[in-house]
Write a protein that binds this ligand. Structure first.
Ligand code: HEM
Ligand SMILES: [Cu+2]
Length: 507
């Protein structure tokens, strides 16, 4: 049948893979890894500049370019390109269906690729040294804002295509179960949040572009911040939904976990959609425009409805893994299942490290720093940088890395190379990030500021601050962790690229 021509059956999962879906996943995944490489090179420059041992290794102008580029390449490009690949996988592949409009998928990819490359060019050339928050009145070139908009429009198109592909799978009858698979459901919640988030992005970046062109004379900084964070924070919840979807997927792929009591997991996903936007306000706790009563109500009460979802998933994912391993016979005592788990499988260790670092280091500190009183002292210190290097930089990144080790055989149809080395990859990246983010958070408690080029001599300014020696100890630990994590990142990029080019073909 002509319709079947562009489908193949995956020899690993038995799923039907639509060729155009496969190609779109490949393109987005390759771009994700390339962006991680760029972001990683910049991470090294930024980390060595701030490490007391190698302090100020690049000059201040380059430091702020590198810092802007690092955040954009990592938090925006690596993560979002990977999520685009995930959306095609979760809709077309998991539903045995076909991408609703592949040509539109390619248009979106081109918009995102051109946008992403131009953003990098503008930042490297020093036309947009505005940090990724690009708070006004700091101003970047019009081309920078335009590129951000192009990238966002591309991502928005892919979200729409994701929903259209689900509808198509229903119409074509390739997926007949009344409820979507849990992984697809989680991704659908991510995509819903993404649409709302990107709408806020448009509301704020379009006037900012006009302002940088000189067409609008003034943008109120406080208005900018309020709307920008309706983009900035919910987009982290897209990442959380996508990461948790990966946790469920990896639980199944690595040990055969079944998501039991799925209604609870689905309800938890819906809670993100409903409540996360309110939680954005934790970024505005030191800002004067929102009333104290509102801040306390929001961060003291409403935020916890979203936190509740994370707690549910944090119990359900390990519970599913435990049940699966017990079914395999590891029933002695309380922990035999944990001891006998496949720790040498980098997808499994990556999943577990993601869960632990995201939950214990990232999630808990997030709740603490989101409290109004604590926020006043943590704001703009390294405690915050440590917090998000535990959540998205470690948790989400590890989950995506662990998933990549399945994407390569399933989609690129290549086996991963250097399997012996790969066993260590999640541990190097994870432990490095624990030391790095932990060092940042602890140094931050002693007042070490974020985004600061020179806390050692203040540029020769007579104002000198004697930092507590303990802060220097933690900053030193930070640097050691950063180097170990970067090594883990290098192994990831290297093995993925080599596997795609030269890995053994999967039969
Ligand atoms: C090997 C891994 C990494 C290292 C060594 C590293 C290091 C750093 C350092 C030193 C800073 C600057 C902190 C400051 O001066 O205030 C920074 C900022 C940042 N990093 Fe990373 N990072 C890594 C991975 C990641 C990943 C994977 C992500 C996101 C997915 C990420 C997102 C960010 C963001 C959003 C900022 C804030 C930039 C700003 O303040 O504007 N990083 N990173
Ligand atoms: Cu936030």
């Amino acid at each position: 049948m002509a319709l079947e021509q562009d489908m193949r059956t995956c020899s690993i999962t038995g799923l039907k893979v639509h060729k155009p879906a496969e190609n779109l996943i490949k393109a987005n995944a390759v771009f994700a890894v390339v962006c991680m490489l760029l972001g990683g090179v910049l991470a090294l420059a930024v980390a060595l500049t701030r490490w007391p041992v190698t302090q100020r290794i690049i000059d201040s102008d380059l430091f702020y370019r590198a810092l802007t580029g690092h955040a954009l390449d990592m938090l925006i490009a690596w993560i979002i390109f990977f999520e685009m690949a995930g959306l095609y996988f979760g809709s077309a592949v998991l539903l045995n269906g076909r991408v609703a409009a592949p040509k539109i998928g390619w248009l979106a990819f081109i918009l995102m690729a051109v946008g992403g490359l131009t953003i990098n060019y503008e930042v490297v050339m020093g036309h947009a040294t505005v940090m990724f928050t690009s708070y006004v009145p700091l101003q970047a070139s019009p081309l920078y804002y335009l590129s951000v908009i192009l990238f966002a429009v591309g991502a928005l198109i892919v979200c729409c295509l994701f929903f259209a592909t689900i509808v198509k799978a229903r119409l074509d009858g390739t997926y007949t179960n009344p409820s979507l698979p849990l992984v697809t459901f989680g991704l659908a919640c991510a995509a819903i949040i993404a649409v709302v988030t990107l709408a806020h992005g448009a509301i704020i970046y379009i006037p900012t572009l006009l302002w940088s062109l000189g067409i609008i004379q003034h943008i109120d900084p406080m208005t900018y911040r309020v709307i920008w964070w309706a983009l900035g924070h919910p987009s982290q919840q897209i990442n959380v939904c996508a990461m948790i979807s990966c946790w469920y997927l990896l639980g199944t792929l690595t040990v055969g976990a079944k998501a039991e009591n799925q209604k609870l997991a689905r309800t938890a996903f819906v809670f993100y959609v409903l409540f996360i936007n309110v939680a954005s306000e934790h970024h505005l706790l030191v800002d004067p425009v929102i009333s104290p009563a509102h801040k306390v109500w929001n961060t003291g009460y409403v935020m916890h409805l979203a936190v509740l979802s994370s707690m549910i998933h944090a119990l359900k994912v390990p519970a599913g893994i435990e049940k699966a391993l017990r079914r395999q016979g590891y029933n002695n005592g309380l922990f035999e299942w944990l001891k006998k788990a496949p720790w040498g499988n980098p997808s499994f260790s990556g999943l577990m490290l993601s869960l632990l670092i995201f939950g214990f280091m990232g999630g808990i500190t997030g709740v603490i720093f989101g409290t109004e009183q604590v926020n006043l002292t943590a704001h703009n210190t390294w405690r915050i940088t440590g917090h998000f290097h535990a959540t998205v930089a470690s948790g989400t990144t590890l989950a995506f890395m662990a998933t990549t080790y399945y994407i390569v055989p399933i989609i690129f149809q290549r086996e991963m190379v250097m399997k012996g080395l790969l066993k260590f990859q999640p541990w190097l990246f994870g432990i490095g990030m624990i030391l790095m983010a932990g060092g940042q958070m602890l140094a931050g408690i002693y007042g070490i500021p974020r985004r600061h080029y020179d806390i050692f001599t203040f540029g020769g300014n007579p104002l000198t601050v004697a930092w507590d020696p303990t802060a220097m100890l933690f900053m030193t630990i930070f640097g050691v962790g950063a180097i170990i994590a970067i090594l883990g990142g290098v192994i990831f990029v290297l093995t993925v690229v080599l596997s795609i080019i030269a890995g053994k073909k999967v039969a």
